[in-house]
Unconditional design. Structure first.
Length: 260
């Protein structure tokens, strides 16, 4: 019997050393109470990061924090409604007091409404703009000093609608296209400060929001055929850990089997 032995090359060993260690990094995840945001928050806690779980539902955040603390004792719930400027300013002040730096900022909060152009209320457009564009913009702007202090990374969880607008998604898609523009412009401005900026464009993922969308479309919801939140989380964590010799700027993900 011939046995094969594999040895790690010097290049592989060097790459392992260069991979970013997320242990004790301060990570802020918005929209952390459910879906993709929840999966990313737990994945970062699993890497040992000090995760600030941001959302509007304090009960859900506190339950999630207990789970996250099984991996990272310094995980904590940070209630904030990102459509309220005062909540954003309070969150930033809290982060300034607790660490004085931010190493990872993940934007995963937002609103989504679907309707035909002829019937879509402008009030829905205003609500989506405030949640999907203005809130993340202000939070990022306010945290830039802490991101610079932490050689930070910013992740925008966008949507496939941020690349292509389909029927009944005009308002939502417009906000996602706007967020892509914000991310692209930000990247050009902050790379010189050592800050990396990533946009992720997931297709349909098995989340409560997607389940509601299937109900609106009167289609059968089969979550097992969709991407899972943990799939997106794994890709985000992998990107955050990449060596500082590179920057991943965009990731587009789709379910393998199309059920919609």
């Amino acid at each position: 019997m011939i046995s094969a032995m594999t040895t790690e090359s010097p290049t592989d060993q060097r790459r392992d050393i260069l991979l970013q260690n997320l242990s004790d990094k301060i990570a802020v995840v918005t929209g952390a109470s459910s879906g993709i945001g929840k999966a990313i928050a737990l994945a970062l806690a699993g890497e040992g990061a000090q995760v600030c779980l941001v959302g509007r539902k304090l009960d859900a955040l506190e339950d999630l924090t207990k789970t996250a603390q099984q991996h990272s004792l310094r995980a904590r719930a940070c209630r904030a409604d990102l459509t309220r400027d005062e909540d954003i300013h309070a969150l930033v002040a809290d982060l300034e007091r607790n660490g004085g730096r931010v190493n990872v900022l993940v934007h995963c909060a937002g609103e989504i409404r679907h309707a035909e152009h002829a019937r879509a209320p402008l009030s829905d457009f205003d609500a989506q703009y405030r949640a999907n564009v203005r809130g993340p913009y202000l939070l990022t702007q306010s945290l830039l000093p802490l991101l610079r202090a932490g050689s930070g990374q910013v992740v925008f969880i966008n949507s496939s609608s941020g690349l292509r607008a389909r029927a009944r998604s005009g308002q939502f898609a417009a906000t996602q296209h706007a967020m892509k523009a914000v991310a692209d412009s930000l990247r050009e401005e902050v790379n010189a400060d050592g800050i990396r900026v990533l946009s992720v464009f997931p297709g349909r993922t098995a989340t409560p929001r997607t389940e509601q969308l299937f109900r609106e479309e009167r289609k059968v919801y089969r979550p097992e055929l969709l991407m899972q939140p943990e799939d997106v989380a794994a890709m985000v964590v992998h990107s955050l850990k990449m060596p500082r010799t590179c920057e991943i700027t965009e990731i587009s993900m789709r379910p393998l089997f199309k059920s919609y």
